[in-house]
Ligand binder design. Structure first.
Ligand code: PEP
Ligand code: MN
Length: 445
């Protein structure tokens, strides 16, 4: 890893994709200067801890659960919303821990996921064309010229929203909210009260008995009360990520302290692009999204560029190939990367390759496709003898109606009831738990 960080100007000289076009360069410079002076959101040492945990997931000794909104919003920074997502993720983690019998590494798509790549720069409604919504860090969702202007001051709001989210998250995961017994009681409730849940009665009962056994043995200590939880987001805004990259006083090395884990999206992972150039210089554990056109060569070149020293836990490949393609495309990639001697964490994002528009005009995903891609992921790794290291999902703690199917059997007409995402459709709470139980079945067989 090279220690000298490239300047923001040199990154812009690489013509980065998916960047805002700010009208006022001076204002951008002011915001960046302000961001540079603000305290880190995470500590470098925490990033190192997470990297070590991901090294375990690469080695088959842990499993990553990563999830949260497609796009967080400033309005969504409320106690109820943060609590709902945490509750869902922690519930899923309990089921997975029991099934996999290995530690679950818990990472939220939270506290920084405010910047979105878009397939088109503009959006047209009723003959009016405006800049596309690029996430709350760039512009507003409201379809007016004022709101859709790219405003750098939103980067300061992003920092504050992330700080508030992280603060409450840290309080929740250490302050008693995450107690294993209460988390399990949420799951027991899901099993009792939802159509999908009843199928998992046996598994939930087994977890109940395991917990009762441990309590009877007197094992009810600190480990029960707190969990490790990490933040992550797509490192897309160069201004923001560069301004939050700092030299760690312990190691004298650069860390992007905007979040623990950062990933490079499918659209911005060009080998000679600005995002790869920035992130190859920071010490955080990194994710790279790999879509259906990915070749083994591309994956290997990305790994070489981002992780020349082959540091354990550094690279997580998040594959998002689509249910119809994963069984054809993934084997060669996994096989060749493995044959190269590299140990990476293989994670399945079963969401982004399965998005379509419903007949009534909603961007949606079918729960059955999501599960099909997950099964494909497990099948491929089973066949190759490699470890399926984790899942990456878009979810929320609320009872939204954004994805079709699942135990409650949502149909297209239901989408209108509670479609709240500003970007991609998320699994609701029941769908998320159902997914966890299904993954649990794959991890136990
Ligand atoms: C996302 O994770 O929201 C996203 C845009 O993913 P991808 O880069 O895989 O398309
Ligand atoms: Mn998304």
């Amino acid at each position: 890893m090279s220690v000298t960080l490239p300047s923001l100007d040199s990154l812009h000289a690489l013509k980065p994709l998916q960047q805002p076009s700010y009208p006022d360069a001076e204002q951008v410079a002011e915001v960046v200067a302000r961001l540079r002076a603000l305290p880190p959101l995470v500590f470098a040492g925490e990033c190192d801890d997470l990297r070590a945990k991901l090294a375990s997931a690469a080695a088959g000794e842990a499993f990553l659960l990563q999830g949260g909104d497609c796009a967080e919003t400033f309005a969504g920074v409320t106690a109820a919303n943060i609590q709902g997502k945490l509750r869902t993720l922690l519930s899923m983690a309990v089921v997975l821990t029991y099934a996999a019998q290995v530690p679950i590494v818990k990472v939220g798509r939270m506290a920084g996921q405010y910047t979105k790549p878009r397939s088109s720069d503009t959006e047209t409604r009723d003959g009016v064309t405006l800049p596309a919504y690029r996430g709350d860090s760039v512009n507003g969702f409201a379809f007016t010229p004022e709101s859709r202007m790219h405003d750098p001051r939103r980067l300061l709001d992003t920092y504050n929203a992330s700080a508030a989210t992280l603060n409450l998250t840290r309080a929740f995961v250490t302050g008693g909210f995450a107690h294993l017994r209460s988390v399990h009681s949420w799951n027991a409730n899901f099993v009792k009260t939802s159509a999908a849940g009843v199928r998992y009665q046996n598994l939930a009962d087994e977890i109940d008995r395991a917990l009762a056994f441990m309590v009877a043995c007197g094992i009810d200590d600190e480990e029960f009360r707190t969990v490790d939880f990490y933040s992550s987001h797509e490192a897309l805004s160069l201004e923001y990520e560069h301004a939050l990259t700092r030299i760690d006083s312990r190691t004298q090395l650069p860390y992007d302290v905007s979040g623990h884990f950062l990933w490079i999206g499918e659209r911005t992972r060009q080998l000679d692009g600005a995002h790869v150039e920035l992130l190859r210089h920071v010490r955080n554990p990194l994710g790279v999204k790999l879509g259906p056109t990915t070749t083994a060569d591309t994956a290997l070149q990305l790994a070489d560029r981002l992780d020349p020293e082959q540091e354990p836990g550094r690279i997580t490949f998040i594959t998002r190939m689509g249910a119809g393609k994963i069984r054809d495309v993934l084997p060669d990639v996994v096989e060749k990367v493995t044959a190269s001697g590299r140990l990476v964490t293989w994670v399945c994002d079963p969401m982004h390759g399965n998005t379509f528009e419903s007949a009534n005009g909603y961007k949606t995903r079918a729960f059955a496709d999501v599960i099909d891609e997950l099964n494909g992921f497990f099948d491929v790794h089973e066949e190759l003898g490699t470890w399926p290291g984790g899942v990456h999902v878009e979810l929320t703690g609320d009872d939204v109606t954004e994805c079709l199917g699942g135990g409650d059997d949502l149909v297209e007409a239901d989408l209108a009831n509670r479609y709240e995402t500003l970007c991609d459709p998320r699994l609701n709470r029941n769908q998320s738990l159902e997914l966890a139980f299904l993954v649990a079945e794959r991890l136990t067989t």
